[in-house]
Write a new protein. Sequence first.
Lengths: 420, 349
Amino acid sequence: MRLELHWSQVETFTAGTTTRLVGKALNVNLDELRALLEADVRLQLVRLDLTAPGDSCRIGRVVDVLAPRAKVDGGEDFPGVLGQLRRAGSGRTRALTGVAVVVTDQQLENPGSLALIDMSGPAAALTAFAHTHNMVISAWPAPGVGRSEYLGAIRLAGLKAAVYLAQAAGDVEADAVEVFDLPAPMRVPVTLQHLPRVAYVFQIHSHQRPTGIDEGILYGDPVRRMLPTVVHPNEILDGAIVRGFMGRHATTYAIQNHPVVRALYAQHGHTLWFAGVVLTVAQATEPERVRSACLAAGLVAYVLGADGALFTKIGGGAPHVDMAQAAAQCEALGVKTTLIVEDMSTDGSQEGMLLFNFPGLDALVNVGSGQERVMLPAMESVIGADDMTPTLQSALQTSYGSICGAIEQVGASRLMALVQ
Amino acid sequence: MQTLRVVCYLNQFFGQLGGEDKAGVGPQVMPGAVGAARAVQQALGEAGTVVATVLCGDNYVAEHPDTAVAELLQLVAAQHPDLVVAGPAFLAGRYGVACGALCAGVQTQLTVPAVTGMHAENPGVELYRRQVYIVPTGAEATRMLDEVRRLVSLGLKLARREPLGSPTDEGYFPRGLTHNTLVDDNAAQRATAMLLAKLAGQQIVSEVPLPDFPQIPAPPPIKELRHTTIALVTDGGFVPQGNPDRIEALAATRYGAYNIQGQQQLDPGQYDNVHRGYDTTYVKQDPHRLLPVDVAREFEQQGTIGKLHETVYSTTGVATTLAHSARMGREIAAQLRAAGVDAVILTST
């Protein structure tokens, strides 16, 4: 399967009367985009704000961040959620660097986690989203719209905006074309058959919180009781997977630029053979968990024929253990594993970092502690959380876990909990 | 840069008061750098001045554990130091424990940074390495100046509030505390490199130290269920309506003991569930899915078991610290034992 990402670099992002990319300047007609988003009857009012790297600005109540992408040649964008159902991962896709869409939560009677993005200051070093020009969507629910409906509506608004912005590149020539071309798992040239075969086991949702019927995650499917499924890595990069409504420490942006898929592609054919991806969900009950771990390990060892596997999780404690059980099953079948985990300690002690103890799971990378406290300075402006402006404008103490993008459980971030 | 005020702590031997015959002398203070503290001054150079040396006999501290440290702290506080350097104590056990205790007190009570040094087998290391930065040294004072330099260089970083690297890079015994740090490669790149190294059979260094939990032997099996009193205990978040003990939804520090006397079954209307780590829909519908009081009562009436204990214990096992888990377990076990309970059915989620 071959996917081409046609990248255009954006260096300035301004509001204007037309939407188009000229050189590295992206101009956007906010009224036109707002009308497009307000067409959703679940939303009463939509507000769009722009903020740039270096601004003394704090974005509040962040739910998710998306990367601008748009299929060309008749492909479907985010198939099954926004576009029609069609396989993702091949053909050409327009992509913008230096721009992101930030979706905020304005259903104030039931605020979810309060994630922040600081566009400057010390927290800016921790997150990719302080280095993108951000279009922030604040959307208010129509009367009578429930929580799940609202979350579905704002996520869809984010996806529409991501497509709308990428389409602004029109047919201008891309600054760079990135090619992702990986053959079917068994088609290895003779000269490369000595390379270790590496699979990626990607946990895409945790059923600690059951998905709503309209909470499409994999090609629009809410992945209820999903059994381990093999997909091509290009599908992940090309909109087949969007994050659930409440994914902890994971953004759709990170999935669209999946760092594990990229890292394995970068080594593919050189130091390893990228054998494919197995998608899993963290299950709610013990039999489901064991069944899923068995099936995932079987796919990794006997279907993809992998020598090694890399694991990531989404969510908190149960997914952490769920991932470890699947990895332990892999090790039992002779597949070497590495796991990306969050530091789960709630008191900053080394003993609490892990929630499992399986022999063989001895290669662990960590994405830092979400619980550790951090002090953030005052900012001149606040967007996305009007009701909290005074609080968010002043200096405040919060946790690393509250800084959107500082901890990306799929491995995109550079924070690490160091044992001292 | 401002010259730091440094106070040193030494025992009778390194303070040149005398040998074992002087081990009983009480706390005292001398101006400037005395005895081994002169090495500290040499290592500090222009960066700091040893304004005083506090001394005490090893036996005095060991025999007055409660008062000696308090007395020493008063002497230290009077000097208004920016940094306290204790020892190094090498393999001297009483001295090492005194250095650890003093540094811990200096940090918590005077909020002044402190550093000490000792040999890995000094009992002071195991007692104080979690609280105090301890630099590893040899067993004897044969390379004193070299080791004091390492101690001082770590101490200066602490006094200047500079970020510290890993225990290996900085040279101190791991304290077992985690601290977020920014590194060059993202986690996916690090994980890929680690996996390749593991596949190649190379030595790998996990970013999470592997746990070393003690093995807990299983108690002997119950032979006669008919005469056994059985208790139900859960970490699944079972609480009476209103959560009267205010058990935390996660990272619990509390548990509840709930009387079920006279209840053949648990009435779902009277109970709730506060656990934030799993989908609690089904256990709220029917609490017996978590605490099987209904079946236990049947067994009790049939005589299959001797008795169902009339108190159930509950907490939430999600993001609970190991320290609180162990404490709550000990407390619950002690109460069960005192009540004559023979066996427990522990339900988790």
